[in-house]
Write a protein that binds this ligand. Structure first.
Ligand code: HEM
Length: 391
């Protein structure tokens, strides 16, 4: 039991927030957090309900646990900070690039990349699974998808780490400098693709018309920015945390090793149990109620996905346990409703492909030190995860 959760403190999320979540679900499912003045939701149905009512709960006032200067006027242009009907118009411009069919076409290239990266593992030696395996894979994938050269992935990683890890004292690059560098980079790429289109997402967006006119450089930049930030550390975190979960639950790892066809179910369980993205927030548009609790217009509501994903009412008495065979698994890790993750199919494919390549090694892998986390309230990543792979 934790009667005083520290919900605005990144340390809370990199520690073990789950006993506190349990207490919240039971004792205070609509919890007022006085230190930052917001409501926190821990029950599945409440998170789902808020997600499907954008007319009551807006995304336009920010989506993170409140921080000073969180939403700059520039960021308000991003898809994720808009409400319908504008949201639907913007989303329509990119969603066809992420359908199950489009994503399935990427599998051969993803397989090639995954094999190249996993080939770095030398049996009988140590490696940093977070920075050598989990980090490059999604960063290269998203860079290539947008249309950036794969060899620029290290720069992308540095910029996106600085933006998402601005709460981490170990982060040396200021978020503002990373924003400026990304902006300059994408403007150059936009010019290049305009002059010479290719078969990539950016070239596709350059061909799109909105209200009879092509998208502006700003529009294009916003899409590239969002896809890079949303599709990078999230998936990296899933791969690192998922690997850790399998290493620490050898009985579950054995199930997938004996029957790799179980992997898609295992990936869903990693999403549910590992909680790579901790929360999103909304702001009440008018006075309303959740579970009988009055919510005033203008008040912020934080949806704690990690808590909702272990709600016993939905996942049963073993909700707290990591079970790769869990089915059905209606986790809410990609959100719900209007803003449900555009990259969900891509994430699932990336995770399946990298784990198919990694699994034979994981059977011989043990942690060689405590994983080092990146301090962040929303995507508390793993910076380093030393492991030993037996020969
Ligand atoms: C483990 C991996 C991932 C997780 C857990 C995750 C989680 C989420 C969640 C919870 C939302 C909902 C936001 C809201 O309701 O306000 C979201 C939205 C979004 N995600 Fe992901 N995501 C992941 C990977 C990706 C990838 C790989 C991409 C890249 C293509 C991506 C692109 C987006 C975009 C563009 C949105 C905004 C959608 C909108 O506002 O309509 N995500 N994601």
């Amino acid at each position: 039991m934790d009667p005083a959760p520290r919900l605005h403190d990144p340390e809370f999320y990199v520690g073990d927030p789950f006993p506190t979540y349990r207490w919240m679900r039971r004792e205070a499912p609509v919890y007022w957090y006085p230190e930052r003045e917001f409501w926190a939701l821990s029950r599945y149905e409440d998170v789902r309900w808020v997600s499907i009512h954008p007319e009551l709960f807006t995304s336009t006032q920010g989506i993170m646990i409140p921080e000073t200067g969180e939403v700059t006027p520039e960021m308000m242009e991003l898809l994720v900070f808009t409400d319908p009907p504008r949201h639907r118009d913007l989303r329509a411009l990119i969603k066809h690039g992420f359908t199950p069919q489009r994503v399935a076409e990427l599998e051969p290239r993803l397989r090639e990349l995954a094999r190249e990266i996993v080939a770095r593992i030398v049996p009988g030696s140590d490696l940093d699974l977070a920075s050598e395996i989990a980090a490059p894979f999604p960063t290269v994938v998203i860079a290539e998808l947008i249309g950036a050269p794969a060899e620029d992935w290290e720069a992308f990683r540095t910029w996106s780490d600085a933006i998402l890890g601005s709460q981490d004292p170990g982060e040396t690059l200021a978020a503002a400098d990373a924003h400026a560098a990304l902006h300059a980079y994408f403007l150059r790429l936009i010019d290049e693709r305009r002059a010479e289109p290719r078969d990539d997402l950016l070239s596709g967006l350059l061909a799109v018309q909105r209200d009879g006119a092509p998208l502006t450089d700003d529009d294009l930049y916003h899409f590239c920015w969002l896809l890079l930030i949303a599709g990078n550390e999230t998936t990296r975190n899933l791969i690192s945390l998922g690997s850790q979960a399998l290493i620490e639950h050898p009985d579950q790892l054995r199930i997938v090793l004996d029957d790799p066809a179980m992997l898609p179910l295992a990936v869903e369980e990693m999403l549910r149990w590992c909680n790579p993205v901790t929360h999103m927030t909304r702001t009440a548009v008018r006075d309303t109620e959740i579970r009988g609790q009055k919510i005033a217009a203008g008040q912020r509501v934080v949806m704690l996905y990690g808590a909702a994903n272990r709600d016993e009412e939905v996942f049963g008495l073993d909700a707290e346990e990591f079970r790769v065979t869990r089915h059905p698994n209606r986790h809410i890790q990609f959100g719900f409703g209007e803003h449900i993750c555009v990259g969900a199919h891509l994430t699932r494919l990336e995770a399946r492909v990298i784990f198919e390549e990694l699994l034979p090694h994981l059977a011989r892998t043990e942690l060689a030190g405590k994983p080092q986390r990146r301090l962040a309230t929303m995507v508390p990543g793993i910076k380093h995860m030393p492991v030993h792979v037996a020969g």
